[in-house]
Design a protein around this ligand. Structure first.
Ligand code: ZN
Length: 109
């Protein structure tokens, strides 16, 4: 996601798009398979598809359960996903943390 630019009002509107959605419990489909298209930093969110619909998943407070948001067309789900990622990265930076996948593996403590 390092190539994403933050120069226009476009990114801000993407954030507000995500804020317009509400997380709802994800009900696992019977007989069909949810396909994960992309997993976010820390595994915080996943962009998933099912039967031609796209949505964003996140782990619920209950272990093994998920919540979803922005189910519908690809562009709807991706817009929400990108906005959530930006928010997530901003939270890392706010805490002065380096994103986990940017840390060198095996680096001595
Ligand atoms: Zn993260």
């Amino acid at each position: 996601m390092g190539v994403m630019t933050d120069v226009s009002g476009r990114s801000r509107s993407a954030v507000s798009v995500a804020a317009d959605f509400a997380w709802v419990p994800h009900v696992p489909p019977g007989g069909d398979v949810v396909r994960v298209r992309h997993t976010a930093c820390c595994g915080a969110f996943e962009l998933a598809s099912l039967g031609g619909q796209y949505f964003v998943l996140r782990p619920a407070e209950v272990p093994g359960e998920y919540e979803e948001i922005a189910r519908g067309r690809y562009i709807v789900a991706v817009t929400a996903y990108v906005a959530l990622l930006k928010q997530h990265h901003a939270e890392h930076q706010g805490r002065g943390q380096v994103r986990k996948h940017d840390e060198p593996l095996g680096h001595p403590i």
